[in-house]
Write a protein that binds this ligand. Structure first.
Ligand SMILES: Cc1cc2nc3c(=O)[nH]c(=O)nc-3n(C[C@H](O)[C@H](O)[C@H](O)COP(=O)(O)OP(=O)(O)OC[C@H]3O[C@@H](n4cnc5c(N)ncnc54)[C@H](O)[C@@H]3O)c2cc1C
Ligand SMILES: NC(=O)C1=CN([C@@H]2O[C@H](COP(=O)(O)OP(=O)(O)OC[C@H]3O[C@@H](n4cnc5c(N)ncnc54)[C@H](O)[C@@H]3O)[C@@H](O)[C@H]2O)CC=C1
Length: 328
């Protein structure tokens, strides 16, 4: 009988990073995601008039290993540098805020990276895993419809911490660590304008009550939508305070804040979309790398194990795979 594969729950950057490392090391993997596609918080939304990045806006690469992976992504055409006209808005004042920081985006959309990393690896989408239990030696996963999946030799949980703790119940110490991680929400709003807004701004850090960040999609490489689409992110505290506000009211309030901030007249958008990220980022960074119960064969990774950024998610996935391989 062939060896049971390794189950990976979550196809965000962390789960995909672990999957790639294990696949490269000759291990069979099987991925699961509750969504209909991969990428998690590096999601891009495709609409008739083009696409836009609804979650992660760009990423930086500070760790040598991540920089090496990024070089490969760039050679393959999955990622490219993004050098927007950057601004800072503080106390109602909008000012240029150029810097030397290298920033990167997926091409032609942020989600392209996850799609490329997934490649042909076996995956089951629209499958919310609710339980992972271990028999004598092997693991079985149960999904929200009550269906069983398995057997698996190991399980890697690569979901946000609040969703990971239940899946880590077989290892109470790991479950307790995941349960201790608070994650902050972010409301995101996309606005599409028929006529390009007459402004130089392409990206803006905001120090304000409501807004935290805004970006102009068409300034990113490879985007060719016919609307001038902007993505606005609310601050974590505003998002928390307005967690249950309707999408319409959130769009209206953030559009109002945007119109006040930007240095031009803002017409009514052709297109508006609001999305609530309930678990957008860990309240604090951690230095766990990944969590492991090598005896059981249960592992956890995700941005919450490190820096709460794309780079942290990727590094955490590598670390989970490294620790698993070390114990084979
Ligand atoms: C609004 C926003 C803006 C951001 N901006 C930036 C930025 O500019 N730069 C940056 O570096 N980072 C940014 N981030 C953070 C970055 O997106 C994350 O750090 C990173 O993508 C997390 O990857 P991950 O694999 O750890 O988790 P995720 O991407 O959350 O992946 C987890 C996956 O698990 C799946 N899942 C969850 N529960 C289950 C279950 N029970 N069964 C099956 N599947 C399940 C989910 O569907 C998801 O696909 C931003 C995040 C948000 C939300
Ligand atoms: N909204 C959300 O839920 C999340 C947002 N995330 C953002 O993702 C980005 C990733 O961080 P890094 O990779 O470290 O990127 P980075 O080095 O570009 O930015 C880090 C932080 O430094 C500040 N900053 C950097 N450059 C400037 C500038 N030119 N002018 C003014 N302020 C500046 C700004 O506060 C920014 O958030 C940050 O902007 C995070 O705020 C990360 C995770 C979640």
């Amino acid at each position: 009988m062939s060896k049971a594969p390794i189950a990976i729950i979550g196809t965000g950057i962390a789960g995909l990073s672990a999957a790639q490392a294990l696949h490269t090391a000759g291990q069979a993997v099987q991925l699961f995601d509750k969504s209909r596609r991969c990428g998690g918080r590096t999601a891009s939304k495709q609409i008739e008039s083009g696409s836009f990045d609804l979650g992660a806006q760009y990423f930086t690469a500070r760790d040598r290993r991540f920089r090496e992976a990024l070089q490969h992504w760039q050679e393959e055409g999955w990622a490219a540098p993004w050098s927007p006209n950057l601004y800072l808005s503080r106390a109602g004042q909008l000012e240029p805020s150029t810097d030397e920081q290298a920033r990167w985006v997926g091409t032609p959309q942020m989600a392209s990276i996850a799609r490329a990393l997934l490649g042909d690896l076996p995956v089951t989408f629209s499958c919310r895993i609710t339980e992972a239990f271990r028999g004598e030696e092997l693991w079985t996963l149960v999904d929200a419809d009550g269906a069983s999946h398995g057997p698996f030799s190991h399980v890697i949980v690569a979901t946000p911490a609040p969703q990971a703790s239940a899946l880590l119940a077989a290892a109470p110490k790991l479950a307790a660590v995941a349960a201790s991680v608070a994650m902050e929400p972010t409301w995101a709003v996309a606005l599409g304008f028929a006529t390009p807004l007459p402004t130089q701004v392409e990206g803006c850090f905001v120090q304000d009550d409501a807004l935290d960040w805004l970006a102009r999609e068409r300034s990113k490489p490879g985007r060719n939508g016919h609307l001038d689409t902007w993505v606005l992110h609310a601050t974590n505290s505003w998002s928390r305070q307005h967690l249950d506000l309707s999408k319409e009211a959130v769009s209206e309030q953030l559009l109002g804040a945007f119109a006040e901030l930007i240095d031009c007249v803002v017409p009514a958008p052709e297109f508006t979309l609001a999305h609530r990220w309930l678990y957008a980022r860990p309240a604090q960074p951690h230095e766990w790398g990944a969590l492991a119960d090598a005896g059981l064969g249960l592992y956890a990774c995700g941005d919450w194990c490190l820096s709460g950024r794309v780079e942290g998610a990727w590094l955490s996935g590598q670390e989970a795979a490294r620790r698993l391989l070390e114990h084979l």
